[in-house]
Design a protein around this ligand. Structure first.
Ligand SMILES: [Zn+2]
Length: 139
């Protein structure tokens, strides 16, 4: 199913989507995190990051130097930052209070992969406190 809200959509190749799910499952019960790079809303690379949050079961935080290294590699490949992703091992794929507090990039898409019940994912732009859904298209 494709949600189309504010005309925004991100396209994720199935292989990268499978890698995202695998990363979320491997790091559970901790949240996993990382960046997705690509062009024009089409994801072409995944940049997994280590979750260095104090309580990684319910929050995520990537070390700035590791984040900058991923962004640098992305630029070298001619990609833009498309999305910041993380997982919710036990809760729905919707931004938590903490996610809203930590959403500093109004232009970024926040992708959340939930392992609650079945695997599911939703994406949003967050201009705190305003949350808008972004469609995810698996291609
Ligand atoms: Zn979260």
């Amino acid at each position: 199913m494709i949600f189309r809200i504010m005309g925004k959509v991100i396209s994720i190749p199935n292989e990268i989507n499978q890698d995202l799910i695998r990363q979320a499952e491997m790091e559970s019960p901790k949240e996993c995190c990382g960046l997705l790079g690509g062009n024009d809303g089409l994801v072409s690379s995944r940049y997994p990051l280590l979750n260095r949050a104090a309580i990684p079961e319910t929050s995520y935080f990537a070390a700035p130097d590791e984040r900058f290294r991923a962004i640098k590699l992305m630029r070298e490949r001619g990609e833009e930052l498309i999305a910041i992703y993380h997982s919710h091992p036990k809760t729905d794929p919707y931004p938590s209070e903490k996610d809203l507090d930590m959403a500093f990039y109004a232009q970024a898409v926040y992708l959340i992969i939930s392992l609650k019940n079945d695997v599911s994912a939703r994406a949003f732009t967050i201009d705190s406190p305003k949350v808008s859904e972004v469609a995810i298209k698996i291609i």
